[in-house]
Design a protein around this ligand. Structure first.
Ligand SMILES: Nc1ncnc2c1ncn2[C@@H]1O[C@H](COP(=O)(O)OP(=O)(O)O)[C@@H](O)[C@H]1O
Ligand SMILES: [Mg+2]
Length: 299
């Protein structure tokens, strides 16, 4: 088997915000053209260690479904919008600085070369202007494509009863024309949700502007909560990160004039406060396809 850590060399450390979590871009020593991302978590921080264990559990579950669908002869990767999990291993030293001893859990993921989406909403989430990299307008066709990628990823997760539950724009990467959903450390399977309800062990998490009303008010975690978050992401994308909230804290869904009425209505559907009236991911994909093909003639 050998030492899994010795298979990879760190190329660079990515700028990152969560204390105790490091993100590295690495190469495979045997085949230096092959790049991966490694998420390294300091296990001495108990909150993080719980989260990373859950993240690994979920990533392994997704991998099983991915492999099964491949075995069943599915030619296209139905999980193409979900970051691919490669392996996990423990180390007693930091991968980038071997003099730093500790207990670390490392998650090897496919390398996703994309940052646009995060930069777009970094600006408003933090309430400060960081970089105006998103200055130019996002064309409507790009918005629909991004949305389609997110919904395809969600429909696949939801089909297997996995809920992401932290789908804000730092956790969605755009790679050329492709969307990748990352970061499963807040995710839950339906079974986990049920068990936690029984134990009354529920806590609210996530970036407030993206948390669905039923999660914030009733601590209900549902596939529909991911749909709400997808709606918020789209609203941020179309408004260059400048979403206004009314006195009740509800987002104002008004798009700049350049966007079609269809898009505005679509976002309104995703942001229905009543989760029972929010369409699911599969319904939204079929509606999106009809709008883009028949109404707008976009593709
Ligand atoms: N597979 C990947 N490829 C490229 N960049 C990644 C990848 N995974 C994470 N990142 C980058 O690292 C950041 C943090 O990763 P994430 O899993 O969201 O950690 P956290 O749980 O601390 O939010 C992401 O916002 C993204 O910029
Ligand atoms: Mg994240």
């Amino acid at each position: 088997m050998g030492d899994p850590a010795a298979k990879y060399s760190v190329i660079r450390t990515l700028p990152h915000f969560t204390e105790g979590v490091s993100l590295f871009q690495v190469r495979l020593n045997q085949d230096p053209e092959k790049l991966f991302a490694i998420k390294q978590v300091d296990m001495t921080k108990s909150k993080l260690s719980r989260r990373v264990k859950r993240e690994i559990e979920i990533l392994k579950e997704i991998k099983v479904h991915r492999d099964m669908e491949e075995l069943e002869g599915n030619m296209d990767d139905p999980f193409e919008n979900i970051v691919e999990f490669i392996e996990t291993f423990d180390t007693s030293a930091d991968l980038a600085d071997p003099t730093l001893q500790g207990t670390f859990k490392n998650i090897v993921l496919e390398w996703v070369n994309g940052i646009v989406y995060q930069v777009l909403t970094l600006i408003s989430i933090k309430g400060v202007t960081l970089q105006k990299r998103c200055a130019e307008d996002t064309e409507e066709i790009v918005v629909w494509r991004v949305l389609r990628g997110i919904l395809k990823g969600l429909s696949r997760l939801h089909k297997h009863h996995i809920f992401h539950l932290d789908l804000h724009s730092f956790n969605i990467l755009i790679q050329d024309d492709n969307i990748k959903i990352i970061d499963f450390d807040h995710s839950k399977t339906y079974i986990m949700v049920l068990l936690q309800e029984q134990n009354k062990d529920q806590s609210i998490f996530g970036i407030p502007n993206f948390v669905a009303p039923e999660a914030a008010c009733e601590q209900k975690y549902l596939p529909a909560s991911d749909i709400w978050a997808a709606g918020m992401n789209t609203l941020y994308l179309c408004t260059h990160g400048k979403v206004s909230f009314d006195e009740r804290g509800d987002p104002e869904i008004q798009l700049p004039n350049k966007y079609s009425h269809h898009l505005e209505l679509f976002i309104k559907d995703m942001l229905n406060k009543d989760y029972t009236k929010r369409p699911n991911a599969a319904q939204l994909i079929s509606k999106l396809t009809k709008i883009c093909e028949n109404e707008l003639g976009l593709w």
